[in-house]
Design a protein around this ligand. Structure first.
Ligand SMILES: Nc1nc2c(ncn2[C@@H]2O[C@@H]3COP(=O)(O)O[C@H]4[C@@H](O)[C@H](n5cnc6c(=O)[nH]c(N)nc65)O[C@@H]4COP(=O)(O)O[C@H]3[C@H]2O)c(=O)[nH]1
Length: 696
């Protein structure tokens, strides 16, 4: 075996047996074989062990593999299920989104769009180009300043924002309004990652809002800006003029006697007139001028950049001319006029309230000066406004202190000059100014709501006077009381009359109520009812200033009136003016045909008196026959008349009554309505014709 290389396993066995690799003898060889055999046996054992262990390992691996496979399969199934669910959910979402008007968008931390839904691109028109871009407010995007500021604040503070509305001008030039809501997105580390949100096209909604807004700012009748819009524009004009150092004028245009049109032709015709006028005013002015309707028959014009009185006057003249043009309303041609008050910025005021109030007072000045004209606001006007204010305060005191008295003007028969009644005309006994005439305070009292209180005092004084005459043995004349439109419209009139009549034991037959056409036409139906109630009280009714209103003669028959008073303006022209003659004749004929008496007012000349007599007028009143006079003069005058003396109206002896020393004249009771007067039979009450003869 020497020199031979042995297998390592054999060598290992030899080493274990303590033998050397040099084996020469048989013993040693036998030993060697034992070792060789053991070595095989050990090897077999090791191999068996190894195989066993491999077998075991492989079984575990299979089991593990099986478990893993099962797990993977389960996982895959779960993924499949989830994916399917997600797909369902996604398709549900996209189908809902396609039905909804909302779009979806996402922006990164730089607020650049990373995603916009398809509808967004269709509506906005440049969505594909929007990806990777920010909103650029400026040329293509506009928004309400405040809303934009709030949006920018929200974004800067990474807060959600709701309903931010802005307009986009699409590449094709079409403007669309968009309303967007967004909320910030943060990652797990609370780092801001951008915004995501929804948006929708609200162009139609905005348009509808604008229409509604416009409707709220436009006058429905004329289509002109209404008071609200005018005030906004006025403020803007003030700001502009203040900034540029320029000026403008405000013209307050109020139609004259528009109420008559409404009353006589009806509200529809009135509306038609206003609508036509509104259009004409707009058409006749410069495009830069603003025409608005303030309400009722009031228009206002803002003449931008015009303050020079000559220019303003020219434009105001244009306005008057426009209003004066003949209008075709309710099937007839008519002409109206207006009074215009002008205030200029900055001379007459630097704020809207002052300018409007000055234009308004100037307008009243124009009315007072005869209507159909314009007036500038002046210091005089301002002083007048202050005076009226003061007068109103004094008038209130006067009512509380009963500082009023009545003067009486007789009404006489045209032929025989017998007194048929006396008209009570109120005067204000002012503590400092003396006697103030009604022309100075009646209109103001009507305007400031004081006329009912004054009227109540007048009724009371007239009834007390009748009672006083009676106490003094004087047969009282019938007393006519003026009742203004506002007083007539107030429900207390009948109560006031009844209370005063009861207090003084005066019968209705001793009173005449004089009402203007205007008072009756304001509400003809109600007027008829009130007139009938007055009639039930026995009170007679006279229609005053007849012919000055717009009512046609045929309206007369609607009202249960007893007499018609022809206005002084028609009597003025008698007997020369053919128109006045014709009108007077027509009124007399019409009134007679309706069984009414006719009284002519303002008879100043003998020529007028005889013309009226010739036309068959029943009674007359005027300076020719007697001015309004204090009660003592009236009684004094009449006392002379009773005794057959002829005296000038104002120099008769005074007989003081009603609180002043009363003296009956002679032994016979003085009678204003006594059958003894000049032998004319005169039954008591106003229905009677003549009583005392009353001469100049
Ligand atoms: N030029 C001229 N004038 C004549 C003539 N005859 C009478 N007058 C005046 O004409 C007015 C007649 O009264 P009216 O038309 O009812 O007009 C009245 C009436 O509308 C109102 N008024 C007077 N008293 C009262 C009252 O007690 N209540 C109400 N509501 N109004 C009254 O004041 C108006 C003015 O009254 P007055 O100043 O007293 O003026 C009176 C009278 O003085 C004449 O021949 N020529």
């Amino acid at each position: 075996m020497r020199g031979q290389v042995l297998h390592p396993l054999l060598l290992r066995q030899l080493r274990r047996a303590g033998l050397s690799a040099d084996v020469d003898d048989a013993v040693a060889f036998g030993e060697l074989l034992k070792h060789v055999s053991r070595a095989y046996a050990e090897h077999d054992q090791e191999r068996t062990l190894l195989e066993r262990s491999q077998d075991l390992a492989s079984q575990e691996m299979v089991a593990l593999n099986d478990a893993l496979r099962a797990e993977r399969d389960a996982l895959e199934q779960r993924v499949l299920d989830r994916t399917a669910a997600l797909e369902v959910s996604q398709s549900r979402l996209s189908s809902l989104l396609s039905l909804s008007a909302d779009w979806i968008w996402e922006q990164d931390a730089e607020l650049r769009f990373t995603y916009v839904s398809e509808e967004f691109s269709t509506a906005v028109g440049f969505a594909p180009r929007l990806i990777g871009k920010r909103h650029e407010f400026g040329a293509t995007i506009e928004a309400d300043g405040e809303a934009q500021a709030e949006y920018e604040r929200s974004v800067a503070e990474r807060r959600p924002y709701r309903d931010f509305t802005y307009a986009i001008v699409r590449p094709d030039g079409v403007k669309r309004w968009i309303r967007a809501s967004g909320e910030p997105v943060f990652d797990a580390d609370a780092v801001f990652r951008g915004y995501r949100g929804v948006g929708r096209d609200v162009t139609e909604i905005i348009a509808a809002h604008q229409v509604v807004k416009q409707m709220a700012q436009l006058d429905h009748l004329t289509g002109l800006p209404n008071r609200r819009l005018f005030l906004i524009e006025l403020d803007r004009a003030i700001a502009r003029a203040h900034r540029d150092g320029s000026g403008f004028s405000v013209c307050f245009v109020d139609l004259d006697r528009f109420k008559h049109v409404n009353d006589t032709l009806g509200h529809l015709a009135g509306d038609q007139l206003l609508a036509t006028l509104g259009k004409r005013l707009r058409a006749d002015l410069r495009a830069t001028d603003l025409v608005a309707r303030m309400g009722g028959d009031e228009f206002v014009v803002l003449l931008e950049g015009t303050t020079d009185p000559a220019d303003v006057s020219r434009l105001a003249g244009v306005l008057l001319g426009t209003v004066n043009q003949v209008l075709h309303v309710a099937g007839r041609d008519m002409q109206v006029s207006a009074s215009i008050g002008i205030a200029r910025y900055p001379d007459d005021g630097i704020d809207a309230t002052t300018l409007l109030s000055h234009a308004d007072s100037a307008m009243y000045e124009a009315k007072a000066a005869g209507k159909n004209r314009f007036h500038f606001h002046t210091e005089v006007a301002a002083r007048e406004a202050a005076r009226q204010f003061e007068l109103e305060a004094q008038l209130r005191l006067a009512i509380a202190r009963e500082e009023f008295e009545l003067h009486y003007q007789p009404k006489l028969g045209v032929d025989d000059r017998a007194v048929t009644a006396v008209e009570a005309l109120v005067r204000w006994r002012h503590p400092n100014r003396g006697l103030v005439m009604p022309g100075e305070f009646i209109a103001l009292a009507e305007d400031r709501g004081l006329i009912v209180a004054i009227g109540r005092l007048v009724i009371k004084m007239a009834c007390r006077q009748i009672a006083a005459w009676r106490r003094q043995g004087i047969e009282p004349p019938c007393v006519a009381i003026n009742v203004s439109a506002k007083q007539f419209a107030d429900d207390v009139l009948l109560a006031d009359l009844t209370a005063a009549m009861t207090e003084s034991s005066v019968g209705g037959g001793e009173l005449v109520v004089e009402l203007t056409e205007t008072a009756l036409m304001a509400d003809p139906e109600r007027a008829t009812g009130v007139l009938e109630a007055l009639r039930r009280l026995g009170v007679r009714i006279a229609i005053d200033d007849f012919g000055t209103g717009y009512s046609s003669l045929s309206y007369l028959k609607r009202f249960p009136a007893d007499e018609v008073k022809i206005d002084r303006s028609f009597v003025d022209g008698l007997p020369e003016d053919p128109d006045d003659l014709a009108i007077t004749q027509a009124v007399i004929a019409m009134a007679h045909s309706l069984g009414m008496k006719v009284v002519a007012e303002g008879v100043e000349t003998e020529a007028q008196r005889s013309a009226l007599a010739a036309m068959g007028c029943d009674q007359m009143q005027g300076y020719l026959l007697g001015r309004p006079m204090p009660v003592e003069d009236l009684v004094g005058r009449l006392s002379k008349a009773v005794h057959g003396a002829v005296a000038p109206v104002l120099d008769g002896p005074s007989v003081h009554v009603d609180g002043v020393a009363a003296t009956s004249v002679g032994s016979t009771p003085v009678s204003l309505g006594s059958p003894t007067c000049e032998g004319v039979h005169m039954p008591a009450g106003c229905a009677s014709q003549a009583s005392a003869s009353f001469t100049q």
